[in-house]
Design a binder for this molecule. Structure first.
Ligand code: ADP
Ligand code: MG
Length: 394
């Protein structure tokens, strides 16, 4: 069964009648630009074909009820209770998954652009998804985007995609309590077929960048190592602190304000570890800009070296890779990949490889074999395609 029909069926099970409509939003993968977001730099993610679906209909009262194929029980609250639940005080009084949905409803009601004349009626929402959860493909932005799109229409709000992305981020930060940036929501909400979204994390300026993957017969393979290291949170905090310290020593607001010509000075101003953290961010920002230029001027086969350099920088300078990710990248490259790199925050998670359409099976088999030979758990391997943003499906 497709996730679309699963959402519609779940809605009928929940309410005994059909939904008014089904809205969906995609997950995303980051093509290049890692740990640049909180340094006010550049990222280049794309929305993928795996999506989360929200079947919904207005109710006659002011209650909001949400169900997901992901959860055993539906959750129901009065709309007026949302302001007491969120911003979350930490000892969350609703199951965490439901905070992604209820948090979007709360953030929409709180948004200054949803004028005081809006009447927010109660609503039933049923969720199903084919975005793998926790694999670094942002199932969280997908669920936020699907719900935001549904409520935007059912409540007659007419908010644009960027505002809906900000609503999703607010839900995730303040209702769920996850301190994430805006990249995931922007990538999901601004997705276009066969294009990536360039995002300037300082100005929030965005540009759709055609990838040409499909036209050139290329595929992006995701190799989810299923590795999740316990020190990922601490490691993330340390990297952020090192970047802030590096910026301070350079006398700039953030590492966004440095470029490669500042690196010799940086080397003299700071210890070796801090310098290498700085060098990763500064060179990674440049690689994002170079990738955008290469895609426009020379096509997708020209970005392979940039992906490989990005991986080396994360492995050697930022030190956030793990043996499983290195093996995935090396094996993909040894089997003809145009380029490959780990993607996401690091310390586990997934790698991506840009490969010829005809090589999907061979590369997948080679990676599976290499993992088995190394004694690693079997990776989860599948392809993703740059795809469209939110839409109404039914
Ligand atoms: P990801 O990298 O997939 O975004 P996150 O930890 O940011 O990982 O978000 C995953 C969380 O989002 C899940 O643990 C769950 O709480 C929520 N979520 C995602 N998809 C669904 C879904 N289909 N139904 C209910 N909750 C979901
Ligand atoms: Mg997420």
């Amino acid at each position: 069964m497709t996730a679309l029909s699963a959402a519609r069926d779940l809605f009928t099970d929940l309410t005994g009648h059909e939904s008014e409509g089904t809205w969906s939003a995609p997950g995303r993968v980051n093509l290049i630009g890692e740990h640049t977001d909180y340094n006010e730099g550049y990222v280049l993610p794309f929305a993928i074909q795996q999506r989360t679906y929200a079947s919904a209909a207005l109710r006659d009262d002011d209650r909001i009820r949400v169900a997901s194929t992901f959860a055993d029980e539906p959750v129901e609250v009065a709309l007026s209770e949302l302001d007491r639940l969120f911003p979350s005080n930490g000892d969350s009084r609703v199951p965490e998954w439901s905070a992604y949905v209820l948090g979007v409803a709360w953030a929409l009601r709180a948004d200054p652009s949803t004028g005081s004349g809006t009447r927010f009626r109660g609503v039933d929402i049923a969720i199903a998804s084919d975005v793998p959860v926790g694999a670094g493909l942002s199932s969280s932005a997908a669920i936020e985007g699907a719900v935001a799109s549904a409520l935007n229409q059912l409540w007659g709000l007419d908010l644009d995609s960027v505002t809906l992305a900000q609503v999703g981020r607010r839900a995730e930060n303040e209702a769920v309590g996850a301190p994430t940036g805006i990249m995931d929501q922007m990538a999901s909400m601004l997705g276009r077929p066969d294009a990536a979204t360039f995002l300037d994390c300082r100005t929030l300026e965005t540009r759709s960048v055609p990838t040409g993957f499909t036209a050139e017969g290329l595929e992006v393979l995701v190799i989810d190592t299923q590795v999740k290291h316990s020190h990922s949170t601490g490691g993330y905090r340390e990297r952020r602190a090192a970047c802030e310290q590096g910026a301070e020593l350079l006398g700039i607001r953030s590492l966004r304000d440095a470029d490669v010509s500042d690196l010799p000075r940086a080397a003299e101003l700071m210890d070796d570890v801090t310098f290498r953290r700085v060098r990763h961010v500064v060179t990674e920002n440049q690689r994002v800009l170079d990738t955008v230029a290469a895609l426009a001027e020379r096509g997708p086969r020209a970005i392979g070296d940039l992906l490989v350099a990005s991986h080396a920088s994360m492995r050697d300078d930022f030190e956030i890779s793990v043996p499983e990710l290195d093996l995935a990248v090396e094996t993909a490259l040894a089997n003809g990949a145009v380029g490959a790199r780990m993607t996401g925050g690091g310390f586990g998670g997934a790698a991506i490889a840009l490969i010829e359409h005809d090589a999907v099976e061979a590369v997948s088999d080679a990676v599976t074999r290499a993992f088995s030979d190394a004694g690693f758990a079997a990776p989860h391997i599948f392809t993703v395609r740059p795809s469209e943003g939110p839409r109404r499906d039914v």
